[in-house]
Design a protein around this ligand. Structure first.
Ligand SMILES: Nc1nc2c(ncn2[C@@H]2O[C@H](COP(=O)(O)OP(=O)(O)OP(=O)(O)O)[C@@H](O)[C@H]2O)c(=O)[nH]1
Ligand SMILES: [Mg+2]
Length: 295
């Protein structure tokens, strides 16, 4: 028997904010790499996650949620990231939420370059009544020429094997470009900043200031200990007080939760110090947006 040729390719996960792209990436990798939260616009950067099987290498690219409602410099930068994600991509995964296919999803469809295989992933099927799925799938099929339509639940890990099998068919025949054990193209510095941002999103509830960013000031490794100094950048003094919390309690729980995740992801002890800094109006200032690593 002649063995099947090896396949390798990049797959962009696109979709409007909050549909579960990052949760899906983590579920497909079997490891938490990308940050997720209940709030929209959690992801702000492209992030590659690699999974290698006996027959193929899948290079998944998580992207920020594409949105057309607000237009400040930070949002424009994030939308640019989404547009740029189509470079060097072999397959596009449009992620939507079950029972929802609206104007924002259609706006995204228009950005997908012609000729790329387009797979529709209908996520969160756990949150819909069983009789409603089929009619939705039939309706969604009319929205574009999808190569495949795969219903999944990223949270409950349902439909993922079917999705992997469907995707593999569209990957080009080509040797692996990443090592077998590689997980991502991002360094620990980037991942550390993201984990702190995730805790801000998760632990601050409704009072989360929109213009929060994280800067890593120092990242040192001494054998198995990592010493990390980070600052959280906000737009207003009032935001700083919210993040610090009474008696510094909030900041402390943010830092502790981030440190525990870092220790898990990096596989070693982490010493983490976090400060809060005010940089007025940074989300509307192209230079600051760039300086903080966006766009
Ligand atoms: N019920 C249910 N919730 C899900 C599922 N997948 C993701 N979620 C939830 O949806 C919310 C958003 O998930 P994310 O993965 O952060 O969504 P995203 O598309 O990456 O969002 P942005 O990065 O902001 O664009 C989180 O609260 C997830 O737990 C699912 O399969 N079922
Ligand atoms: Mg995300």
């Amino acid at each position: 028997m002649i063995p099947e040729p090896f396949r390798c390719g990049a797959i962009a996960l696109i979709g409007r904010p909050n549909v579960g792209k990052s949760t899906l990436l983590n579920a497909l990798l079997g490891q938490k790499l990308s940050i997720t939260s209940r709030k929209p616009q959690t992801t702000r950067h492209c992030l590659r996650g690699v999974r290698t099987t006996a027959t193929a290498q899948f290079i998944f690219v998580d992207t920020p949620g594409f949105q057309t409602r607000h237009g400040n410099a930070l949002n424009r930068a994030m939308n640019r990231v989404v547009r740029g994600a189509f470079d060097e991509i072999d397959v596009v995964l449009l992620v939507v939420e079950v029972e929802r296919f609206g104007a924002e999803d259609r706006a995204l469809l228009k950005l997908v370059p012609a000729g790329l295989p387009l797979v529709l992933v209908v996520n969160k099927i756990d949150s819909s009544e069983s009789g409603r799925l089929l009619p939705f799938l039939e309706k969604a099929a009319k929205e574009a020429e999808f190569a495949e339509i795969v219903p999944v639940s990223a949270r409950r890990r349902k439909g993922l094997d079917e999705l992997m099998r469907a995707l593999e068919r569209y990957l080009p025949e080509r040797p692996a470009v990443h090592g077998e054990d590689d997980l991502t193209d991002r360094n620990e510095r980037f991942l550390a900043a993201e984990l702190i941002r995730e805790k801000l999103f998760r632990l601050l509830g409704e009072e989360l200031p929109y213009g929060c960013a994280v800067e890593i000031e120092k990242f040192e490794e001494e054998r198995r200990l990592r010493r990390i100094h980070a600052s959280i950048v906000v737009e207003k003094e009032g935001h700083k007080a919210i993040i610090i919390g009474s008696g510094g309690g909030k900041l402390k729980s943010i830092a502790t939760a981030a440190r525990l995740d870092m220790e898990k992801l990096f596989g070693g002890k982490v010493y983490l110090e976090v400060w809060v800094k005010v940089r007025r109006g940074w989300t509307d200032d192209e230079a600051s947006v760039k300086r903080l690593g966006y766009g």
